[in-house]
Design a protein around this ligand. Sequence first.
Ligand code: SAH
Length: 216
Amino acid sequence: MSEDTDLATRKMQFLYALRSKGVTDKRVLGAMEEIDRGPFVRGLFSERAYEDMPLPIACGQTISQPSVVGLMTQALNVTPRDKVLEIGTGSGYQAAILAKLARRVYTIDRHRRLVHEARAIFEELNLHTITAITGDGSFGLQDQAPFDRIIVTAAAEDPPGPLLGQLKEGGIMVLPVGQSDAVQSLIRVHKTANGLEYDELRDVRFVPLLEGLGKD
Ligand code: SAH
């Protein structure tokens, strides 16, 4: 098999794995077909970019499992008019997928290095609607609030208050919450005129949402 055919096969298997794990929304699948996970995984693990596995990235962090990225994106129900905030840029993969579905994406990470590396990939892929910012995302991004959608890709004990405050009425937030490092619960919050409604989606495992900035 030539290298190209091999890559095409792996990409097809990648999309098949997403569907078989419940990612059925056509727009989400389309965005995940368009955004190649390859450039977001560097070095040693780049060969495994098309496996449905979380993989290590710089700064001791991880790029999430593609099916979890798909399920979270699907739960967020992004529309083309939406302004979206992501906490936990990591590799930039989730933000790139959101950029295919939303009008505008803001993404924050506490590691400067991850933000710089993600920005370089966004440039390369001509994803000009993403703004990546170094900061403690627990406080959200007051200047750009309110947001139609908020996604948090690191686990907190509870949904951070400032993020709930920066969610528009009618908006949706998807995030992992839980006390344990081993397993957390992925939840969806709807902000309605009558207050917040919560639903639990599934068990997940994310790196923790930490305070302050990282060393690099
Ligand atoms: N969405 C990423 C994966 C995120 S891993 C992707 O698609 O690759 C979780 C990320 O959350 C890590 O990069 C970590 O540095 C970041 N993080 C943890 N606590 C944070 C905080 N308080 N503010 C901003 N980012 C944070």
